[in-house]
Design a protein around this ligand. Structure first.
Ligand SMILES: CC(C)(COP(=O)(O)OP(=O)(O)OC[C@H]1O[C@@H](n2cnc3c(N)ncnc32)[C@H](O)[C@@H]1OP(=O)(O)O)[C@@H](O)C(=O)NCCC(=O)NCCS
Length: 143
């Protein structure tokens, strides 16, 4: 297994992983291919995001997406993890931890102040990797 930056050729695998992961939204293939996926690849190329995949047998079997946000209050950038998933049959094998450790290493390298993650389902997973609770996360949908 290797952890590496996502590329355009991972689009099919990442859409499959995304579709198995999101619960509150229904991913649209055309929007993903034409808008969101290329936008995230571009953000990562410009250092505004970390977009990593876990590759096994030449396939992406997990991915992590974190966005690098400039702040005033923290005196620098914060890396916020927005998406993390591993193929269901491979869960429990260390891939998720490997992706998060790679995100943490990128944060150190990128001189981010901290890594944050909003989560409902996996708080104990993150606690095991050194995260601690700091705030609740609210949202206001525009539609
Ligand atoms: C959360 C997820 C990415 C973890 O990936 P993984 O490869 O299964 O994780 P690991 O094998 O590295 O697990 C490390 C430890 O965390 C625990 N763990 C894994 N998922 C967990 C969860 N959802 N909640 C609590 N603990 C969890 C594992 O049991 C393991 O514990 P151990 O070290 O005592 O054995 C994966 O379960 C997943 O894709 N879940 C569905 C999507 C999801 O919930 N994503 C998080 C959104 S914020």
């Amino acid at each position: 297994m290797i952890i590496r930056a996502a590329t355009y050729s991972d689009a099919g695998d990442i859409f499959r992983l995304l579709s198995g992961f999101v619960m509150s939204y229904r991913p649209d293939r055309a929007v993903f291919e034409d808008v969101t996926f290329p936008r995230i690849i571009e953000a990562a190329a410009e250092g505004r995001a970390e977009f990593l995949v876990a590759e096994r047998y030449s396939r992406a079997v997990g991915y992590a997406l974190a966005l690098r946000m400039p702040t005033l209050f923290a005196g620098g950038t914060i890396l916020e993890l927005q998406e993390l998933t591993v193929d269901a049959p491979l869960r429990g094998g260390g891939l998720g931890s490997a992706l998060i450790r790679a995100v943490q290493a990128s944060a150190r390298e990128g001189k981010d102040v901290e890594v944050t993650v909003p989560t409902r389902r996996a708080a104990d997973f993150y606690r095991g990797l050194g995260f601690h609770e700091t705030a609740s996360y609210l949202k206001w949908p525009t539609t």
